[in-house]
Design a protein around this ligand. Structure first.
Ligand code: C2E
Ligand code: MG
Ligand code: MG
Ligand code: MG
Length: 293
C-alpha cells in the first residue's frame, strides 16, 4: 500500500483507483456497444398535478437493461461514464428524440396534452448547436415546444454564467420549458432564480424524504415554494413516497409531484395503464371526500 512504500515513494495510483479506472474503461466500451446496438431504453415516470390529481407529464429516464454481463446498470453509474467518455452527446440526443416521439404519440392516443421532461448534461448544454438539436427533435416528432421540458442542474448555471443564460434564452425562444432539477443540493445562491429564465424547479428528493420527521427539511421546502411562487416559478417535488408527504406538499401549494407513491418509471407501453390507475385512484378519493363532506 501507499503508506508502507514510504514517503519518498510517490504513488500515482492505489490498487483501488486502478480497479475503478479499469471498471470505467470496461463500462465505457460496453456502453458504446450498447448505444450502437440500440440496447438502451427510455422509461417514463409520471408527474402528477397536486391541484387535481391528474397525470400531466412524464420524466424520461435512460435505462440499460442488459448492462454489464447481462446485469442492468443504473443511470447513476452509466451517465457519469457517458459524460467522461463523451458518449453523452450521442446518448442524450437519442433520449431527447425518443422522448419527443413517444410524447407526441401519447398525446395522440390520449387526445389531450402531455409533457415530457428530458435531463441534459453539461457537455450537451455547452454545445453551441444544441438548440438546433432540440429544434430538430421537435420538428421530426411533431411535438409542440410547450410539451417539452429541459431539466438542467444548478451547477450548470454556475459554470459559464453568460453562456448558460444565452442557452436558456435560446430554449425559451423555441418555446421549451426550463426546469432546474435536484433543486437545493447545489452550492449556488438563490439569486440565480431571478437572473436566469427559469420556469420551474424540482425540489430534490433528499428534502422530501424526511419531511415528516425533520422540521428543518419541512422549513426549507416551505421557503422554496414561497420564494418560487413569488417569482412566478412552478414547483415540483420529487421522491414523493407517502400520502403524508403528498398532503403536506399539497397544503403548501406545491404544484406537482413525482415519486413511488404514484409510480416508478415504466416503459412507454405500460405508461397508459399506469396513468389510468393513478387517475382512477384519484376519482375514488374524490368520491370518498364527497361522501364524507
Ligand atoms: P433525476 O433526474 O433526479 O431523476 C429522478 C430519479 O429519482 C430517478 O432515478 C427516479 O427513478 C428516482 N425516483 C423517482 N421517484 C422516487 C422515489 O419516490 N423514491 C426514490 N428513492 N427514488 C425515486 P434514475 O432513473 O435512477 O436516474 C438517476 C439520475 O440519472 C437522474 O436523476 C438523472 O440525473 C440521471 N439520468 C437518467 N436518465 C438520464 C438521461 O437520459 N440523461 C441525463 N443526462 N441524465 C439522466
Ligand atoms: Mg431529472
Ligand atoms: Mg432530480
Ligand atoms: Mg439528477
Amino acid at each position: 500500500c501507499a503508506k508502507s512504500a514510504g514517503r519518498s515513494n510517490f504513488q500515482l495510483f492505489t490498487p483501488g483507483m486502478l480497479k475503478q479506472a479499469e471498471e470505467k474503461l470496461v463500462m465505457g466500451t460496453a456502453l458504446r456497444h450498447a448505444i450502437e446496438h440500440h440496447e438502451l431504453e427510455v422509461y417514463y415516470q409520471p408527474e402528477i398535478s397536486l391541484w387535481d390529481g391528474t397525470v400531466i407529464g412524464m420524466e424520461a429516464l435512460a435505462r440499460w437493461p442488459n448492462g454489464l454481463n447481462g446485469v442492468a446498470v443504473t443511470p447513476d453509474r452509466f451517465i457519469p461514464v457517458a459524460e467522461e467518455t463523451g458518449l453523452i452527446l450521442q446518448l442524450g440526443e437519442w433520449v431527447l428524440r425518443t422522448a419527443c416521439r413517444d410524447c407526441a404519440a401519447m398525446e395522440n392516443r390520449l387526445g389531450r396534452r402531455m409533457r415530457v421532461a428530458v435531463n441534459v448534461s453539461t457537455r450537451q448544454f455547452q454545445q453551441k448547436e444544441w438548440p438546433t438539436v432540440v429544434r430538430r427533435a421537435l420538428e421530426e416528432s411533431g411535438l409542440q415546444p410547450h410539451s417539452l421540458e429541459i431539466e438542467i442542474t444548478e451547477s450548470m448555471l454556475m459554470q459559464n454564467t453568460e453562456e448558460s443564460a444565452e442557452m436558456l434564452h435560446a430554449l425559451r425562444r423555441l418555446g421549451v420549458t426550463v426546469v432546474v432539477d435536484d433543486f437545493g443540493t447545489g452550492y449556488s445562491s438563490l439569486s440565480y432564480l431571478t437572473r436566469f429564465p427559469i420556469d420551474k424547479i424540482k425540489i430534490d428528493r433528499s428534502f422530501v424524504r424526511d419531511l415528516d420527521t425533520d422540521a428543518a427539511d419541512a422549513a426549507v421546502i416551505n421557503a422554496i415554494i414561497a420564494m418560487a411562487h413569488s417569482l412566478d416559478i412552478r414547483v415540483v417535488a420529487e421522491g414523493v413516497e407517502t400520502e403524508q408527504q403528498q398532503n403536506y406538499l399539497r397544503a403548501r401549494a406545491c404544484d406537482e409531484a413525482q415519486g413511488l407513491r404514484y409510480s416508478q418509471a415504466v416503459s412507454i407501453d405500460e405508461l397508459q395503464s399506469v396513468m389510468a390507475k393513478i387517475e382512477a385512484h384519484r376519482l375514488r378519493h374524490l368520491r370518498c371526500q364527497a361522501l364524507t363532506a
